[in-house]
Design a protein around this ligand. Structure first.
Ligand code: 5GP
Ligand code: MG
Length: 175
C-alpha cells in the first residue's frame, strides 16, 4: 500500500498571518529609507515570501536562488550546491534572505557565504521557521517567525517529496 503520512496541524493559517504581519513590521522599521533586495530560497520560501512582500511598504526588489541540499529524503546530505544563482547585482545592496526553515543550518550558511563574497552593503536573514535543536553550524537569524521542535513539517511552501506545498497551514508529519 502507498505511504500514507499522517498530518497533524502545528501552525494554523491565522497564526502564520499574524507572524507575517509582525515580521513585516520589524523589517519595515529596520529598512526605512532603504531599497532592500529580498532573495528567496526556492522552492520552499515562495509562499511565505509572497505573503510577506505584500505587507511591506518599501521600494523593495526581488530575486531568487535555488539550492540543492536535500534529495528526496528528509535528511540533509550535508552538501549544498547552487542550481540557480542570483541575477541581480548585489554589491552595495541591502540584502535580506528569505527562508522557509533553518534546520541544520548547512544550506543557509553556504548561501550567506556565497552572498557575502558579492559584497552587499548589509546581509540579513528572515526565516519563517527555526529548528534550533538540529543546528550543526551557527546561523545568525535576524527575523524569525516560529521556533519549531524536531519534527518534519510540511505545508505553506514546505514539502515532502514535492508534495503538500499548497497546504495553507503548517503540519507535522507523524510516521
Ligand atoms: P538545513 O540545511 O538547514 O538542514 O535545511 C535546509 C532545507 O531543508 C530547508 O530549506 C528545507 O528545504 C529542508 N528542511 C529542513 N527541515 C525541514 C522540515 O521540517 N520540513 C521540510 N519540508 N523541509 C525541511
Ligand atoms: Mg528551503
Amino acid at each position: 500500500m502507498a505511504f500514507q503520512p499522517q498530518l497533524k496541524i502545528l501552525i494554523s493559517r491565522d497564526e502564520i498571518a499574524k507572524a507575517v504581519d509582525r515580521l513585516a513590521s520589524e523589517i519595515e522599521r529596520d529598512y526605512q529609507d532603504k531599497q532592500p533586495l529580498l532573495i528567496g530560497v526556492l522552492k520552499g520560501s515562495f509562499v511565505f515570501m509572497a505573503d510577506l512582500i505584500r505587507q511591506l511598504d518599501l521600494p523593495l526588489e526581488l530575486d531568487f536562488v535555488r539550492l540543492a541540499s536535500y534529495g528526496a529524503a528528509k535528511e540533509s546530505s550535508g552538501k549544498v550546491r547552487i542550481i540557480q544563482g542570483v541575477t541581480t547585482p548585489i554589491k552595495g545592496r541591502d540584502v535580506l534572505v528569505i527562508e522557509d526553515i533553518v534546520d541544520t543550518g548547512i544550506t543557509i550558511y553556504f548561501l550567506l557565504d556565497y552572498l557575502k563574497k558579492k559584497q552587499p552593503a548589509s546581509l540579513k536573514l528572515c526565516t519563517l521557521t527555526d529548528k534550533p535543536s538540529r543546528r550543526r553550524v551557527p546561523v545568525p537569524i535576524d527575523y524569525r517567525g516560529f521556533t519549531v521542535s524536531n519534527k518534519f513539517i510540511v505545508g505553506y511552501g514546505l514539502d515532502l517529496d514535492q508534495k503538500f506545498r499548497n497546504l495553507p497551514d503548517i503540519y507535522t508529519l507523524e510516521d
